[in-house]
Design a protein around this ligand. Structure first.
Ligand SMILES: Nc1ncnc2c1ncn2[C@@H]1O[C@H](COP(=O)(O)OP(=O)(O)OP(=O)(O)O)[C@@H](O)[C@H]1O
Length: 502
């Protein structure tokens, strides 16, 4: 029997098929949107600090991924037999189909979100935290935009699967494309001709939505955006850092920040114990020492990125953080204004990759409503000019060199006008050629009177710019004094001489 082309072509004008196509689109879009949203919450629950929440999320994903959709569809559609009160809703095939598909797809999509959330590095959370963003703020402004971009190709793929899975809802008498086709060919026996039309309708839906999702993906992909240079001249340097420092300069006699009897272990490995550190306002303290001596852990304990077991951190003698085993811990109220007095620059910059240099610098002040948008923008541009990055203000981090990224990160830390700046090995991730450009900016900041604590391996820099150098080894302070005193000690102490080679 010859293939009946005219019959197949005629099916593209069939009202039944177009109604079924609309139904498939509605069911697929509704399933996808609901599953994307609910799946995100399941993925977040999977990362919860509460074990019961994590377990519940894990159980949900395990159960609904194990259950064939067909079984779930029949189960949900027949649920009113066991629970008659559900018949009002579940006897409507569209509702029953939607519910079954959302239950199943949420489990798959939660796994896609989970992978995307893991891919957003820890440094991004920490950068949000040091800017004083709340947990929801970090999710909304930092994590979700990045996770969505990472997940979007897989989510688009899942949409295609959902469109195809809608063919299963014919089992609960929902008049989708396959069921319409079956009704046609059981009357005229033109199975192949009808199925060609059925296939074309599915391909059409997938093609339209796939193209739209790919376009959306391209829009979100900041890595494809062209690098834009601002033609405007950078403001002359020298003004802004000075101006900000003048704002924070204080004559207070008490330490700007002080750690008392700090103790920290990772499992059985004790990093330090009973460690004291006190930094006066305007003082520049460099912490040096061999790898693994606890420098980074110490500096991260000062702003709460690491939780101490013992000890108290005081900000201008007001208790700010306390170790988990400290009695004082419970009575310390977390004051976000206090946290904002400490800025931090990370070894790996931790700029937000989905934001331009200017947006990175503006993020903290905008979040904390530190003035009108135009004032914040003006301030952020001045800071970028100060670090020589105004010309690159519209570039995304991946369009900048390491040194340039670190300069933007310094401007971002300064944007909250903190009174204390912490630097965790700010040049360790840089090429030797770009180290100098970052050190020059730090030296300018140091000269202008800001309180700075710097973990560094740059001995020459530490000796030149610091008021005090602390030499740490195996979690202990083995030297704490001025660079000139260290110079003296170097002549007598072989271990220090070995390490401090300038
Ligand atoms: N998250 C962690 N989990 C387990 N151990 C850790 C962790 N972070 C650091 N450590 C360990 O704590 C010790 C101190 O590490 P830390 O990074 O503070 O040293 P450091 O002096 O800054 O070293 P480097 O100069 O190489 O950065 C090291 O032995 C390290 O292996």
């Amino acid at each position: 029997m010859a293939f009946d082309w005219s019959y197949t072509i005629g099916l593209f004008w069939s009202r039944d098929f177009w109604n079924a196509t609309l139904l498939v689109v509605e069911l697929s879009v509704a399933t996808w949107i609901l599953a994307v949203v609910l799946g995100f919450f399941v993925a977040l629950a999977d990362r919860s600090s509460l074990m019961v929440v994590r377990r519940a999320a894990g159980l949900y994903v395990w159960f609904f991924r194990s259950l064939p959709l067909l079984v779930l569809l029949i189960f949900v559609y027949n649920l009113p037999q066991a629970f008659p009160s559900t018949s009002g809703l579940l006897s409507i095939p569209f509702v029953a189909g939607l519910l079954a598909m959302v239950l199943s797809e949420t489990a798959y999509i939660a796994e896609i979100h989970r992978g995307a959330l893991v891919a957003v590095g820890k440094g991004q959370y920490e950068a949000g935290k040091v800017l004083g963003l709340s947990r929801t703020g970090v999710q909304r402004l930092v994590v979700i935009p990045q996770a969505l971009r990472i997940a979007l190709p897989s989510l688009g793929n899942e949409f295609v699967s959902i469109v195809k899975l809608t063919s299963l809802v014919s089992v609960i008498s929902l008049a989708e494309i396959l069921l319409v086709g079956q009704r046609y060919y059981t009357q005229n026996f033109k199975v192949i001709e009808t199925m060609v039309a059925v296939a074309c309708y599915y391909v059409l839906i997938v093609t339209v939505f796939d193209t739209a999702l790919k376009a959306f993906e391209r829009r979100l992909d900041f890595s494809r955006r062209l690098a834009e240079l601002t033609t405007e001249e950078a403001e002359p340097s020298g003004g802004v850092v000075k101006q900000i420092v003048d704002d924070v300069r204080t004559s207070a006699a008490e330490p700007a920040i002080r750690l008392e009897k700090g103790g920290k272990s990772y499992g059985i490995h004790q990093v330090f114990k009973d460690l004291d550190l006190s930094v006066k306002p305007g003082e520049v303290v460099s912490i040096i020492g061999p790898s693994g001596s606890g420098k980074t852990t110490l500096i991260r304990s000062l702003n709460g990125l690491e939780t101490l077991e013992h000890g108290v951190v005081y900000l201008e003698e007001k208790p700010f953080l306390a170790g988990t085993r400290e009695k004082l811990a419970k009575s310390i109220r977390h004051d976000s204004a206090d946290a904002l007095r400490i800025g931090m620059v990370f070894q790996n910059f931790n700029l937000f990759p989905h934001k331009t240099a200017l947006e990175n610098v503006m993020m903290g002040p905008v979040y904390h409503h530190r003035g009108s948008l135009s004032d914040i923008r003006k301030d952020a541009r001045s800071l970028l000019a100060q670090v020589g990055m105004l010309v690159h203000e519209n570039k995304y981090p991946h369009q900048l060199s390491g040194g340039q990224q670190q300069r933007v990160a310094i401007a971002r830390a300064l944007a909250m006008h903190p009174s204390i700046l912490l630097f965790d090995e700010p040049t360790s991730a840089l090429d030797p050629e770009t180290v100098g450009e970052v050190l020059r900016i730090m030296a300018a900041l140091a000269k202008s009177g800001r309180t700075m604590v710097i973990v560094t391996h740059e001995m020459k820099f530490a000796m030149e710019v610091s008021d005090r150098v602390i030499f740490m080894e195996k979690g202990k302070v083995v030297f704490d004094g001025s660079p000139s005193l260290l110079e003296e000690r170097r002549k007598q102490d072989g271990r220090i001489a070995e390490f401090v080679r300038i």
